[in-house]
Design a binder for this molecule. Structure first.
Ligand code: PLP
Length: 258
């Protein structure tokens, strides 16, 4: 069983962040480990508070496990501030792993910031070049490129290609924010562009969908080619969204069903 590590924030309500990542790793048969970057106080109704972990202690968590176990893949989620971004880039340079999935988490669905604006430049400069794949949604892509959000697939593809120039091996542009019946995603590498289509599933319970997709990719990448890992990760997420309404967790935007 491959070991997958998530470097991310905690969601006590269990639908996003570290908790969603570990559930996804288990479901996809990877052994999950975690380095916590921030505690949040949140429920399905939104984020009430955030406490960032001191950057040195983020590093300490990583070094403890890296000296002990061979880790094949890492997912990076909520990082909160630039000190933590620098710490994660040092960690990955010192102990690199074969696969790194960077989920460019910035804002929760309820509108609360999970990353300070000042840290966006540090992510662009120090973390994207270390990533096997990055998984921005359309607002995140626009923030990274300092441009307007894409409103059609042509702009989305152009922005994905521009993000690839920051030095990652692949970009998965997630089109869920487009105003259309489908939810198209584009996988862009230097040699290939692949379009994935998914029907828009009618549910309000989408808390943690981005976390779940990037964690699924992290679990699957060590065992199959990139394009298959993206197909299977999307298949896993679609199933989790399709069954979300059977869960009945909380009064707000509920989690997906793993
Ligand atoms: N909380 C944490 C710790 C997260 O990492 C994320 C997303 O990455 C969220 C909350 C936001 O989840 P959502 O916007 O899907 O509700």
């Amino acid at each position: 069983m491959p070991i997958a590590l998530t470097i991310a924030g905690s969601d006590p309500s269990g639908g996003a962040g570290i908790q969603a990542d570990l559930k996804t790793f288990s479901a996809l048969r990877a052994y999950g480990m975690s380095v916590i970057t921030a505690l949040t106080a949140q429920s399905t109704q939104g984020v009430d508070g955030v406490l960032a972990v001191p950057a040195d202690f983020v590093k300490q968590q990583y070094y403890s496990i890296m000296r002990d176990s061979p880790i094949e893949s890492i997912k990076i989620g909520m990082l909160m501030n630039k000190e933590i971004v620098y710490a994660v880039s040092h960690m990955l340079n010192q102990y690199p792993v074969p696969y790194t999935v960077l989920d460019t988490v910035m804002i929760a669905k309820g509108g609360q910031a999970l990353l300070r604006d000042e840290a966006i430049e540090a992510i662009r400069q120090y973390l994207i070049p270390l990533s096997t794949i990055i998984t921005p949604n359309l607002p995140e892509a626009a923030a990274l490129l300092n441009c307007d959000e894409a409103t059609n697939e042509k702009q989305m593809l152009a922005q994905g290609k521009a993000l690839l120039q920051f030095g990652c091996q692949a970009v998965l542009m997630k089109g869920g924010h487009l105003a259309c019946d489908q939810s198209p995603d584009y996988l862009i590498t230097e040699h290939q562009v692949s379009r994935f289509n998914a029907p828009r599933i009618k549910t309000k319970n989408t808390h943690g969908t981005g976390c779940t997709l990037s964690a699924a990719l992290t679990a699957l990448l060590p065992t199959m080619p990139l394009i298959e890992a993206v197909e299977q990760a999307k298949h896993y997420l679609n199933g989790a969204i399709e069954h979300a309404d059977t869960l009945h967790i909380g009064k707000g935007i509920g989690p997906t069903h793993h």
